[in-house]
Write a protein that binds this ligand. Structure first.
Ligand code: KG4
Ligand code: ZN
Length: 328
């Protein structure tokens, strides 16, 4: 089965081709226009998607060496995301679907982050997933394909959002997450003991207190402090965020007794988080899945993979498919 995946939910225009479970192409056009604003500007994002979507899909097909008539179905991210951005991908996918007479499959972007793990791992159920991206942080118990129970979620900021907002305080470029990660590698994670919120309570998360704590800490320092201690500050912030994520994931594993565990979403690219969950895998004797780096942040390979799984279940959509902005 050959699936064309299209992703445009935030600020990455992406297209990929999956053939019999293998990724043949994975093209991402990342938008740079937002850097100067320190965050994604929705109107600019939709305009940039509109500009690049044709070339992105074209390149994905060309790289795959498949032509449109060899594609069996078109999978597209239907949400959650920015409404204008989603509309560009969805409109394009519907146009292709009509003109080439190919079935359409709407994919939930968050589901796709999880199922990105099944590009390289065997499809196994049930599993517990820690989903950590720029917009979402949640723990779910996935009982069977596309069915899950939410175990916990953030009460305020998402983990990626915390990385990005703190990155901004540390004068790092947007999005801060990858830069904080890079500097953390040569820093001391015990330099500042930033708070780990709700560590002893349930499976929900909270990251806004950490953000405030970093702000107060920086306000007390002399000029040049950030530059001098950037690596140590990044390591301390990363330690605080990843400690909470790992402890809660372990609690969810113990609570459910589920043996397959995964991490998904942009923050799963974080090196400290990857190291901590890998250590947990051995201690808890579970089967851990983390996506390869190219499938962590937004991409269309994950959309194609989730689309393939839905196609196998016969879950197709018609022209009435609508985008949705927020998660239910
Ligand atoms: O999944 P994603 O690409 O987009 C959303 O669906 O939100 O996640 C983007 C988030 C951003 O907040 C970004 O800073 C964060 O993932 N991120 C990282 C790393 N790479 C991406 N955070 C920490 N360490 C990283 N290496
Ligand atoms: Zn995402």
């Amino acid at each position: 089965m050959n699936i064309l995946g299209i992703e445009s939910s935030c600020d990455d225009t992406a297209a990929a081709v999956l053939s019999d479970g293998k990724i043949l192409s994975n093209v991402i056009a990342s938008q740079t226009v937002h850097e100067q604003f320190g965050g994604v500007v929705p109107e600019l994002a939709s305009r940039a998607h509109n500009k690049t979507i044709w070339a992105t899909v074209d390149q994905a097909l060309e790289t795959s060496d498949l032509s449109m008539d060899q594609i069996d179905a078109i999978a597209v991210a239907k949400g959650p995301g920015l409404m204008g951005s989603l509309l560009v991908g969805l409109g394009f996918a519907k146009g292709l679907s009509l003109s080439w007479d190919k079935p359409l499959i709407g994919v939930n972007h968050i589901d796709a982050h999880m199922y990105a793990n099944f590009i390289e791992h065997e499809e196994v159920f049930p599993f517990v997933a820690l989903i950590v991206s720029g917009g979402h942080t949640r723990l779910v118990h996935v009982t069977k394909p596309f069915e899950h129970i939410v175990l916990g979620k953030t009460r305020d900021d998402a983990a990626g959002e915390a990385f990005d907002k703190i990155g901004k305080m540390l004068n790092l470029p947007y999005p801060g997450g990858p830069f904080v990660d890079k500097h953390a590698k040569s820093g001391n994670p015990e330099f500042v003991d930033f708070p780990r919120a709700m560590m002893n309570k349930g499976l929900d998360f909270s990251f806004s207190g950490l953000k405030t704590s970093v702000l107060y800490h920086l306000q007390k320092q002399d000029d040049g402090y950030i530059e001098k201690h950037l690596d140590d500050l990044c390591a301390s912030v990363s330690a605080a965020i990843t400690d909470v994520l790992t402890i809660k994931l372990r609690r969810a594993v113990r609570k459910t007794g589920v043996k397959h565990v995964m991490v998904a979403g942009g923050v799963s690219a974080n090196s400290m988080l990857r190291a901590k969950v890998q250590a947990m895998e051995e201690k808890e004797n579970v089967n851990l899945m983390i996506p390869a780096m190219e499938y962590c942040t937004d991409n269309a390979a994950m959309i194609a993979k989730a689309g393939e799984m839905k196609a196998r279940l016969g879950q197709y959509d018609g022209m009435e498919l609508k985008p949705f902005a927020s998660l239910k």
